[in-house]
Each structure stands twice: as structure tokens, then as C-alpha cells.
Design a protein around this ligand. Structure first.
Ligand code: MN3
Length: 193
């Protein structure tokens, strides 16, 4: 049973203005697809071939298998964190969790953007949920993610250059700023424990 890349939750041109169709052609169509293709080669004939993607991410050895499994998983969550109907401030349980963990929404937004902006090299800025249900921001290199650290991943932004170079060139802060205009709070709230 091979791992299959799920379809995007919207059309490739649905976020244009923030993220171009060309970015999706490369980022979803080539980069994300390649993580699945590589993973399927690496798990072939191993005990990991029949696990769920999440089980592989949590338990497999460090190295190529983990890098490709985590990146396969990370991008699924990332696409779901955005929507053509997204943006604005959250309400409901996610707002409550943010306010309890960070004081208020403005502080949270500033801290998350700062973490994503200052992460050196390739990686992801995450919001993770701990066992005590509190949220924390994690800035992790390459494909590393909260699951690997025993936490639940609530939201994440990809800050590898391939995520923004077509649309923003080197201007990572602009790419991060625009993320707040497409952010899908309903989907993110659904990730809470
Ligand atoms: Mn990526």
C-alpha cells in the first residue's frame, strides 16, 4: 500500500494574489509530490510500508525516510491552513486557546510571525499543543515537526525558499504577512485536541 498525495483542498489558482498558480504547480505538483514518491521508495519492503503516514513520522528512524515522511505530512497540514475564504481574527475554541496561551491575539500573531521570519535556513514555524492543552510556537529546521516531539501540530507555515521565491523572491516577511489574509481558522481549530 503506497502513500498517496491527497488533492489540494482548493484549485491551484484559488489563492492567487497571495500564492500564484505557478507556485502551486511547483510546490504542490513537484516538491510535495516528490516527498511522496521518495517516501514510497524508502519504505518499500520495510516494516513502515503498512503504517499510517503519521505513524511513520512519529516513529521512523532519522534520515531520508523521516525527512520525506514529515515533509509529505507537513504540506497536507499547510494546504489546509489556507483558504480563499480565509483571513481575519479567529473566534471560538481556537481564540480561547490563543488568548489563554499568549495573552491576546496580537501578541500571538507577532510572536508567530517573528518565529517564521527569523528561522535560519529552511524549516517551518508551528503552533503546537502540549499535553496540558496549552499552545506553543516552535521554529523547527527542515522537515522537523511537533509530532516528532510528542506534541500535536495545530498550524504551520512553510518557510523553505521554494514556498515563496516565485511570488516574493527573497522577501520572506511579505510572504508571512500575507499568510494572515488567507489563514483558515476553521481548519486550524479542527486540529485542537
Ligand atoms: Mn514546502
Amino acid at each position: 500500500m503506497a502513500f498517496e498525495q491527497p488533492p489540494l483542498p482548493y484549485a491551484q489558482d484559488a489563492l492567487k494574489g497571495y500564492m500564484s498558480e505557478e507556485t502551486f504547480e511547483y510546490h504542490y505538483g513537484k516538491h510535495h509530490a516528490a516527498y511522496f514518491a521518495n517516501l514510497n521508495k524508502l519504505v518499500d519492503g520495510t516494516e513502515w510500508a503498512d503504517k499510517t503516514l503519521e505513524e511513520v513520522v512519529i516513529g521512523c528512524p532519522d534520515g531520508g525516510m523521516f525527512n520525506n515522511a514529515s515533509q509529505a505530512w507537513n504540506h497536507i497540514l499547510f494546504w489546509d491552513c489556507m483558504s480563499p475564504d480565509g483571513g481575519g481574527e479567529p473566534g471560538g475554541d481556537i481564540r480561547k486557546a490563543i488568548d489563554e496561551s499568549f495573552g491576546d491575539f496580537a501578541s500571538f500573531k507577532a510572536k508567530f510571525s517573528q518565529a517564521a521570519t527569523t528561522l535560519f535556513g529552511s524549516g517551518w514555524a508551528w503552533v503546537a499543543q502540549n499535553d496540558d492543552h496549552k499552545l506553543e510556537i516552535m521554529a523547527l529546521s527542515n522537515g522537523d515537526n511537533p509530532l516528532r516531539h510528542g506534541k500535536k501540530a495545530i498550524m504551520g507555515i512553510d518557510v523553505w525558499e521554494h514556498a515563496y521565491y516565485i511570488d516574493y523572491r527573497n522577501a520572506r516577511p511579505k510572504y508571512i504577512e500575507g499568510f494572515w489574509d488567507v489563514i483558515n481558522w476553521d481548519s486550524i481549530e479542527g486540529n485542537l485536541a
